[in-house]
Ligand binder design. Structure first.
Ligand code: FAD
Length: 370
């Protein structure tokens, strides 16, 4: 009989990250969450642990997580875990959490994470804050975040500087508000985190070699699984990898006089720069491009080396998804468009003329260098 009691807060310790793998390969979200988890664990003065489930041999992938900051990785290996299955994964994760009791448990808000996290939270009788875009432990850091990112009267509030709850911030009411949610009465504090939001720290080979791996004895039988996996059919459509791209060339409603040509221009520019095409929500809502291209608060969060904005005004919801790009180059007919305030370089002009000129110039520069 388990002695697990999610209200016995003092019994919980350490920050954990669920490390998702597909076909034995770790996901970029794992490294983002491990990097963020490292900061949180440091603020709490506890260990950061990865939890990796997979088929036989998955242990080989675990050390990489140490290179991004994990002190330890719990490895659950079973042929029944090689492909994601909600019943199997939820059972094993809840068993391990009931046994080892982490105080915070982060999961990527991927399709798998969104399926898994609420089931685990309900079984463990704790709370879950879904789709977070910001996490804090330290109150001083949280206050600084509010100063920079909100209009709240931070100095007019009373703060408990000793508070060690995880402060989980996410868009609410369709993105019109940001809400910070805490789970003070139950553990673990669970959060799914939007992919692409947290910065991945530099990989450290020496730390990766020092990672402690602990194999967990998996208790799983066929009776625990209520769904038979008959076949996996991969989508024929290749989804655009906006989050991992070094260069994003995004188009906005400025292409409206000729959307087909506007997207073609973006594709040409993206090709010469070795990047992918993104879009504002206006372009997606108009049906000119698929939703997987959308950048922004209700789309994807990107931080490429170069972000080119063609005919995008710079609404706050768009900026929320791209303002951390290293270099932002904007082309807009309107010289006072807000996008220019967030840009490294701004070009006042017609994207239908400037876009092809940029592509030609870059091509010419590259050929001249050969
Ligand atoms: P507009 O604001 O219409 O801007 C078009 C720009 O193109 C203008 O600045 C114009 O000067 C310029 N232009 C026109 N013709 C040319 C030309 N020939 N050459 C150069 N420039 C030209 N938006 C997102 O992008 N992502 C989101 O995730 C998102 N989430 C949202 C969530 C909520 C809850 C809400 C309320 C809104 C959200 N929005 C989002 C919408 C957002 O508020 C803006 O409406 C949207 O970003 C505007 O897109 P845009 O800049 O392409 O269009």
């Amino acid at each position: 009989m388990s002695t697990f009691n999610s209200a016995d807060i003092a019994a919980f310790k350490d920050v954990w990250v669920f490390c998702e793998q597909r076909e034995g390969k770790l996901m970029p979200t794992d490294f983002e969450l491990i990097s963020k988890g490292r900061d949180l664990a440091n603020e709490l003065g506890v260990n950061l642990c990865g939890l990796l489930l997979g088929g036989e041999g998955i242990e080989a992938a675990a050390k990489e997580l140490g290179g991004y900051g994990a002190d330890k990785v719990y490895v659950c290996e079973s042929p029944m875990l090689s492909v994601y299955n909600t019943d199997a994964y939820a059972k094993v994760i809840c068993d391990v959490i009931e046994e080892l009791k982490p105080e915070a448990f982060l999961i990527g808000a991927t399709n798998i994470g969104r399926d898994l996290a609420p089931r685990c939270a309900a079984r463990l009788h704790t709370g879950l804050c879904a789709d977070c875009t910001h996490l804090d432990i330290d109150v001083a850091n949280y206050i600084q975040f509010l100063r920079e990112a909100s209009t709240l009267d931070v100095d007019g509030q009373k703060w408990d500087m000793e508070d060690r709850n995880l402060k989980m911030t996410r868009p609410a009411f369709g993105g019109h508000l940001m809400a910070t949610i805490v789970c003070p009465d139950y553990r673990p504090q669970m959060s799914t985190v939007r992919p692409g939001v947290m910065q991945t720290q530099a990989f450290d080979e020496a730390k990766s070699q020092q990672t402690v791996l602990e194999k967990i004895d998996v208790q799983l039988t066929k009776d625990d699984i209520h769904v038979d996996l008959v076949e996996i059919k991969k989508s024929a459509k290749k989804l655009v990898d906006l989050i991992g791209a070094d260069v994003v060339v995004a188009v906005g409603r400025g292409i409206s006089s000729n959307p087909t040509r506007g997207i073609e221009i973006a594709e040409e520019l993206a090709n010469v720069l070795g990047g992918v095409v993104g879009a504002s929500r206006a372009v997606v809502d108009a049906g000119w491009i698929g939703v997987d291209h959308q950048v922004g608060q209700t789309g994807k969060t990107v931080h490429p080396k170069i972000y080119v904005a063609l005919g995008i005004s710079g609404a706050i919801q768009h900026l929320a998804g791209m303002q951390d790009s290293e270099c932002i180059i904007s082309v807009n007919k309107n010289g006072s468009a807000p996008i220019f305030d967030a840009s490294t370089y701004g070009i006042t002009g017609d994207l239908f003329k400037v876009g092809p000129m940029l592509a030609e110039a870059i091509k010419g520069f590259r050929e001249g260098k050969k």
